[in-house]
Design a protein around this ligand. Structure first.
Ligand code: NAP
Length: 446
């Protein structure tokens, strides 16, 4: 592995240098274990500790098959799906691996007693499988997490509609929280040249998701002048959604839960901020009874901030806790676009506020390759910046995931894989210099 690291850190290594590198038979990855899938039974979600279920283990190196690539992973990041996998909720991910393995003989190797997690990476292509023409050893890349087969007609307008669509590192094995990773070549995108390895690795999943949800015609199709309510505006999705709204001429109304996070969204340029903890919204009287008076109080606060405008778009992901309020506050004809249900997936809302006011609820999930590419292009041009709070070593992935589970982070939590320290990997110092102020401003440690 040392040879791979030194070659990747050497700026001038050639295609031939990479081809000459021996591929190790095994590598270290952050895994959950099938035999431990029941370890948290009976515990409340908040008490399930990813630090106990995530282990650093040696796993055998998979050879890239047709259309695949083996990547030397320099850095990765924790996503919320890492947390779901590590607390085995809503169900252990081994069921996904078993289903994938049954779908085709070449996928059988994904079904293992371990699951290497991770749906983001920055790194260097080490080997490509048969049929890969666009990428070759030595290319510096980031990977998005959409894995598709495209054998069915259904996915050919929008690859997210492929019935065989999977999230790499969550519904497949050999993910990015590891020294090596196996991806499909059509997950690869150029690494933004002005970013360090850890900065480049943190945007892929959340930036692409927020881009589809907010900007794409497949999502809310945001336009200039729109008012956009963003839940968790300093979190993974939210910190990119806030930038996308500002960058696209919209006005974000940012909901956060403390002043530290309020400072982060203000540093991005957001002016309208609601501290939900300070203002103590209680959208539920008890576990089963929503409180519409609290929806109204929240709506009034939004109008007070916007000068009377209701949100054209609500970026939803907290789910049960907030969904009723989100439907209520959206403007007539507006869109609630949802990609998750962190607080519970059985939502309740008053349908009169939806149909009478001609609102739409749009379901959104990750992004197709085109959308992920466009989202990455914004990062590569310095129009959207990485938002990293802390960076951990691969061996500390459990602590990194715990930070996200406990909502102690802002933006993303990074993980160094083969990169020996932070700050390496910048190829375009001039472009970095141009954006250094913003990159540093968004780097607010917790
Ligand atoms: P994150 O970094 O933890 O940020 C989420 C933010 O939401 C938190 O920082 C918190 O901000 C806010 N929040 C959490 N619970 C809340 C509640 N009950 N009420 C109001 N606000 C709440 O996570 P993320 O990466 O943004 O992901 C958020 C969710 O989206 C997760 O469930 C994740 O699995 C899902 N997701 C789905 C996709 C997809 O493709 N479908 C992609 C990415 C993420 P404050 O405390 O500051 O308010």
């Amino acid at each position: 592995m040392e040879q791979i690291v030194s070659t990747a850190l050497e700026g001038n290594a050639t295609y031939e240098d990479y081809l000459a590198l021996p591929i190790p038979e095994s590598y270290r990855g952050a895994v959950v274990l099938k035999e431990e899938a029941g370890m948290f039974e009976g515990l409340a979600t908040k008490d399930k500790d990813p630090g106990k279920s995530l282990h650093l283990r040696d796993v055998p190196t998979p050879a890239p098959g047709p259309g695949e690539a083996l990547i030397a992973v320099m850095a990765s990041s924790v996503n919320y799906n890492t947390v779901w996998s590590a607390i085995f909720e809503p169900l252990p991910t081994f069921a996904f691996l078993e289903r994938y393995a049954r779908s085709q003989p070449s996928a059988a190797r994904h079904n293992q007693p371990f699951h290497v997690l991770g749906s983001d990476l920055s790194g260097v292509v080490l080997r490509t499988g048969p049929g890969v023409r666009k990428w070759r050893p030595g290319d510096r890349v980031v990977a998005h997490c959409l894995s598709v087969e495209l054998e069915s007609a259904d996915g050919h307008d929008d690859t997210m509609l492929d019935p065989d669509q999977r999230i790499w590192g969550y519904e497949t094995n050999y993910g990015g929280l590891a020294e090596l990773a196996l991806v499909k070549a059509n997950q690869l995108m150029p690494k933004p040249r002005h970013l360090t390895w850890e900065e480049a690795a943190c945007s892929g999943l959340v930036n692409s998701t927020a881009y589809r949800q907010l900007v794409s015609r497949n999502g809310a199709g945001m336009k200039q002048g729109d008012t956009v309510l963003i839940w968790g505006a300093a979190g993974g999705l939210g910190s990119y959604a806030t930038q996308l709204a500002l960058n696209g001429g919209a006005t974000p109304v940012c909901v956060v839960s403390d002043e530290h996070k309020a400072d982060l969204v203000r540093a991005m340029g957001a002016e309208l901020v609601i501290n939900r903890a300070e203002e103590d919204y209680r959208f539920w009287k008890d576990e089963a009874t929503p409180d519409p008076r609290e929806w109204k109080r929240f709506g009034s606060r939004i109008r007070e901030l916007t000068g009377g405008d209701d949100p054209d778009i609500v970026l939803e992901h907290p789910g049960r806790e907030t969904f009723g309020a989100s439907v209520y506050v959206t403007r007539r004809g507006g869109t609630i676009v949802t990609c998750a249900s962190t607080s519970g997936y059985r939502h309740e809302y008053d349908n009169r506020y939806l149909w009478m006011a001609l609102k739409r609820i749009v379901g959104s999930h990750f992004a197709n390759y085109r959308e992920a590419w466009e989202a990455n292009r914004l990062v590569a041009k310095g129009l959207i910046h990485p938002v990293l709070s802390t960076v951990h070593q691969l061996a500390d992935t459990g602590e990194a995931a715990r930070e996200v589970h406990d909502n102690r982070h802002s933006g993303k939590v990074g993980v160094l894989c083969l990169a020996p320290r932070e700050g390496l990997g910048v190829e375009d110092p001039e472009l970095r210099e141009r954006h250094a102020a913003a990159i540093n401003r968004f780097r607010i440690p917790c």
